[in-house]
Design a protein around this ligand. Structure first.
Ligand code: NAG
Ligand code: NAG
Ligand code: NAG
Length: 480
């Protein structure tokens, strides 16, 4: 599969990115695959999940060899990520950029290798909350990496992009969109660079965060089913936040002279737990509404008939080890739970019907740790706090799926989260004699007491070493 796509694909990409936007471009739905999880599914099981759901585009946040090695030969189109923390080194040293490309890109671009099409240079480096600490490195890092790609003979195939947060631009109405004043110069350099290399502008759009962060935000404007609070902007009427946000970006790009620049949505989605507005019904309505809207190819008022080139849902899987600084919802963005089970019926529009669950997931034994019902639990508060400071207890809070399970239920939930995190180690259910192991599933209603997964699969690394050696033998020349 990969063999043929390597020959044909660069030409298609070139056509897509240099042709005028008046040509109707079919959008495609992809997913973000993040791995900040206590219970990581084996990469080969995730790849099978992608295939079973006909998902052919995936965005990563790094260049993890365990993941890239299982993507070899699948033909799945991959966006590899570079963390913000590396931008400084990449911007100051061409050698660092060369090495990064050699170790993390070139070695996979072999016959039967990985279909790496994009490198995301940084992740939302212009976020206001970073106070500008990364922004000056972005363009110099891009220039060094581009030289490295040219030297490695892969620059026509692999494109550099920079996923931007939507707070890089602002406006009261879409047509007045503009990049934040302090970013105008950098954005002009960035977009000019993207344009000359045939790369799209990548943006992350989160109507959920607008709703969550602003009590005045009209609830129905976040969704796609019509609103009683539409936004009128001259001739144009906006009935959903996504279109409004997208067109604000179009206007901002237009203002710096690149109104035709192709746009990719790097992240978009809706979480399902941790706060009231994050629930299964809302997530399903948002994601299905978004997919149907994008695939209708209607586009937006400023780009009629020209929807975003690609849309990467955030996210494939829940990531229970993420920081909850943004809010308790942060660990619950998956369309699948951490173990690859579909959370709600969703049609990705890829000709495959509703989501299919992961197969052959290796769970730990079916047992749970709960608070011993016979013990006096009055002295348990420190155990509860400690367990929840390490394991995930975000579903217990107000608005979460386990919020109503009572004081004893809370303690059991915390004990179990910790116990599963410790891979069901017998000592980890002790809690000074207050915990006990049970073989009866303590889940109640929507509140699921999880069983961990066995992610100690060591076969992956062998597989990787094997392919790496093989890649060196073949060299990258096959690609070109
Ligand atoms: C390759 O990428 C990984 C993950 O992003 C990074 O840790 C590693 O340092 C990179 N290799 C080089 C040579 O920079
Ligand atoms: C789910 O979220 C939606 C939208 O954020 C909200 O209107 C609704 O009340 C929530 N449902 C529940 C049961 O909390
Ligand atoms: C259970 O724990 C959550 C989160 O700490 C808290 O909000 C809730 O009030 C607790 N419930 C009871 C009955 O103590």
């Amino acid at each position: 599969m990969a063999k043929t796509s390597y020959c044909a694909a660069p030409l298609i990409l070139l056509l897509l990115s240099t042709s005028s936007l008046m040509v109707v471009v079919e959008s495609a739905i992809g997913v973000n695959w993040g791995t900040v999880s206590f219970h990581r599914l084996t990469p080969s099981i995730v790849v099978r999940l992608l295939k079973d759901n006909k998902i052919s585009k995936v965005k990563l946040f790094g260049a993890d060899p365990d993941i890239l090695s299982v993507l070899m030969g699948t033909g799945i189109e991959v966006m590899v990520g570079i963390p913000n923390e590396m931008l400084s080194d990449l911007s100051s040293s061409p050698n660092v950029a060369d090495l990064w490309v050699r170790q993390n890109i070139s070695r996979y671009l072999v016959r039967g290798g990985v279909n790496i099409r994009y490198i995301a240079v940084g992740n939302e480096p212009f976020l206001t909350s970073y106070s500008g600490q990364f922004q000056s490195y972005v363009v110099p890092a891009l220039l060094n990496l581009q030289q490295s790609l040219v030297k490695a003979n892969v620059a026509n195939f692999v494109k550099l992009v920079v996923p931007c947060n939507a707070d890089a631009y602002e406006s009261t109405v879409p047509s007045q969109g503009a990049f934040r004043p302090e970013l105008t110069q950098i954005m002009t350099q960035l977009v000019s660079f993207l344009n000359s290399n045939g790369s799209p502008f990548v943006v992350n759009i989160y109507p959920f965060l607008s709703l969550y962060g602003n009590s005045d935000f009209p609830q129905d404007y976040a969704f796609f089913d019509g609103t009683s609070h539409s936004v009128t902007d001259g001739q144009n009427v906006y009935s959903n936040a996504f279109d409004g946000n997208f067109d604000t970006l179009v206007a901002a790009l237009n203002r710096i002279g690149y109104g035709q620049m192709p746009i990719v949505i790097g992240e978009i989605g809706w979480p399902t737990d941790g706060v009231l507005s994050a629930n299964l019904t809302a997530a399903r309505a948002f994601n299905q509404g978004l997919i149907n809207h994008v695939l209708s190819n209607k586009g937006t008022p400023l780009r009629p008939g020209a929807p975003p080139v690609d849309v990467y849902l955030f996210s494939l899987l829940d990531e229970g080890a993420k920081s909850v600084l943004p809010g308790n919802f942060e660990r619950h963005w998956g369309i699948f739970s951490f173990d690859g089970q579909a959370k709600y019926p969703l049609n990705l529009g890829l000709g495959n019907g509703l989501l299919k669950d992961a197969e052959d997931v290796q769970y730990l034994p079916s047992k749970w740790c709960i608070a011993d019902p016979l013990m006096d639990l009055s002295g348990v508060v420190n155990h509860f706090k400690l367990a929840c400071s390490v394991a995930d207890c975000t579903t217990l809070d107000y608005g979460g799926s386990c919020n109503g399970i009572g004081a004893k239920g809370n303690i059991s939930y915390a004990f179990n989260s910790y116990y599963q995190l410790q891979k069901q180690d017998a000592h980890s259910c002790d809690f000074d004699g207050l915990g006990m192991v049970t073989f009866l599933d303590p889940s109640v209603g929507d509140c699921r007491f999880l069983v961990g997964i066995n992610d100690k699969n060591s076969g992956v690394r062998l597989h990787h070493e094997y392919f790496a050696a093989w890649g060196i033998l073949l060299g990258v020349s096959v690609l070109l």
